[in-house]
Design a protein around this ligand. Structure first.
Ligand code: BES
Ligand code: MN
Ligand code: MN
Length: 461
């Protein structure tokens, strides 16, 4: 029996996840290149152990892609599982209570980089598939693709997808790389935001200057950059770039009312973040601001002297990294172009500016009345005893929109993380409850999806 198999192998599942987490597969930093590859090999070998066929490593110009499949009957539906084995850098290390690549359990949670994003989450799928195969409970075909460049924009996955339409052919894509509202209030995300990411450089004088000799007579690029950035949002939290909101699809009142059903405690939110008040676009709730509305945020800013002590210098240059989260129907190229044109237009004659685009991604939404969404909803209901609430997510998984465009396949975002898991931050964690509950929920998705897809009828829980 499936449930017995899960119980009997609980500890081994966790031990294996710990071995995976111990491999520091940081995709952004070339010093971890060999570790990234080792993580890929580990995933390939575990897919093979789980009983999948043709588990392989596919080299790209960047980090390798892992692929495996189990075709039980070509006439049955096929689920394509996607995830990423790469992780964000663990810096700053000194803010971790225990080392980021030595998983540690405290308060029933696994603390480590990648515990939730996305090692803990995609590994649930490998274990759920192992259990289904071992107990004769896999009702349809499955393909698994785990990549190593999600955290750096999936630069090489797009070409692979375009060149391998047949290999990746499937009926639905299943992804666990998002969050639920809470362990008491399960939810399924029906959308992701897109991303436009730029780096700007403001140059004033042709060299660093003595701030006494020249100060007062020459514009300071740091001051200028701060003013320019400050002007990108007005007092109502609206982004001032001309045309920025033009493509944005406004939700209907009914859709907004539906989303507003998700429980949210503003005081708790403020207390958790240690902030005196929230801030965002006037006329929208915090939940709306962080999901269905676009954003503009400085992610980093630098220039001048930041070392110990004081150095009197009027710097030649100042820079910043800026992200814009996008919603339907904004596109990364258009928004980047609007940003660049506006940023250049507001620069005073005392400086020159350069705008360098980084990676981007399209926003994604999926209807909540599809059989795929219904299957995810029923899976949660069966495992959690509660119907999940549909939500719109604020994060981005750039490849999801490309899957739809290139493969014509919709993705189901069946994530099990919590916002409190501190993704990308020090002390990232993942609840043991979520890890095990996820493994339990996934087979129900296969059951309900296969029934709905092949007979058009739902099966009982
Ligand atoms: N898993 C996250 C995205 C996410 C987190 C979606 C929580 C919904 C809820 C993913 O790994 C991620 O961090 N994506 C990046 C994309 C970027 C690096 C191109 C992001 O959103 O910043
Ligand atoms: Mn992720
Ligand atoms: Mn991430």
């Amino acid at each position: 029996m499936l449930a017995t198999y899960l119980t009997e192998n609980k500890q081994r599942f966790l031990d294996e996840l710990f071995d995976l987490i111990r491999i520091p597969s940081v995709s952004a930093d070339s010093k971890f290149k060999d570790d990234v590859r080792r993580a890929a090999e580990f995933v390939r070998d575990r897919l093979s152990d789980a009983g999948l066929d043709n588990a392989e490593l596919i080299d790209t110009a960047g980090h390798p892609i892992v692929f495996a499949q189990k075709i039980i009957d070509p006439s049955k539906p096929t689920v394509l599982v996607y995830g990423h084995y790469d992780v964000q850098p663990a810096d700053p290390y000194e803010l971790w209570d225990t080392p980021p690549f030595e998983p540690t359990i405290r308060n029933e949670r696994i603390y480590a980089r990648g515990a939730c994003d996305d090692k803990g989450q995609f590994y649930m799928h490998i274990k759920a598939l192992e259990a289904m195969l071992a107990t004769g409970n896999l009702p349809c075909n499955v393909k698994v693709m785990i990549e190593g460049e999600e955290e750096v924009g999936s630069d090489h996955l797009g070409d692979f997808v375009t060149a391998n339409r047949q290999k990746l052919a499937a009926d639905v894509i299943l992804i666990s790389d998002t969050s639920i509202i809470s362990n008491d209030v399960p939810s399924v995300e029906s959308g992701l935001r897109g991303l436009s990411y730029v780096e700007v450089e403001v140059t004033g004088p042709n060299r660093d200057l003595h701030s006494g000799v020249y100060g007062g007579g020459v514009d300071n690029p740091i001051n200028v950059l701060c003013q320019m950035i400050a002007s990108l949002k007005d007092a109502d939290g609206r982004i001032t770039i001309p045309g920025f909101y033009d493509p944005v699809v406004d939700l209907t009142d009914a859709e907004r009312a539906e989303l507003a059903k998700a429980p949210f405690d503003l005081d708790e939110y403020k207390r958790d973040l240690g902030i005196g008040d929230v801030f965002g676009e006037a006329g929208f709730s915090t939940n709306e601001r962080t999901s269905i509305r676009p954003t503009l945020d400085v992610n980093g800013i630098w220039g001048g002297y930041t070392g110990e002590g004081a150095k009197t210098v009027l710097p030649s240059k100042a820079s910043a990294k800026i992200s814009m989260r996008l919603v339907p129907n904004q596109t990364p190229d258009e928004i980047t172009a609007l940003f660049a044109a506006h940023f250049e237009s507001i620069a005073p004659a005392s400086v020159t500016v350069k705008v360098k685009p980084h990676h981007g991604g399209f926003p994604y939404v999926t209807p909540t009345d599809s059989i795929e969404f219904e299957a995810a909803s029923r899976a949660f209901e069966e495992a959690w005893g509660k119907k999940p609430i549909p939500t719109r997510g604020g994060g981005s998984i750039p490849i999801v929109a490309l899957f739809e465009k290139e493969l014509g396949i919709k993705s189901i975002l069946m994530g099990f993380g919590l916002d409190a898991d501190a993704l990308h931050s020090p002390n990232e964690s993942y609840g043991l409850f979520n890890f095990y509950k996820g493994i339990e929920t996934i087979p129900y998705f296969y059951k309900h999806y296969t029934a709905l897809k092949t007979t058009g009828e739902a099966v009982d829980s």
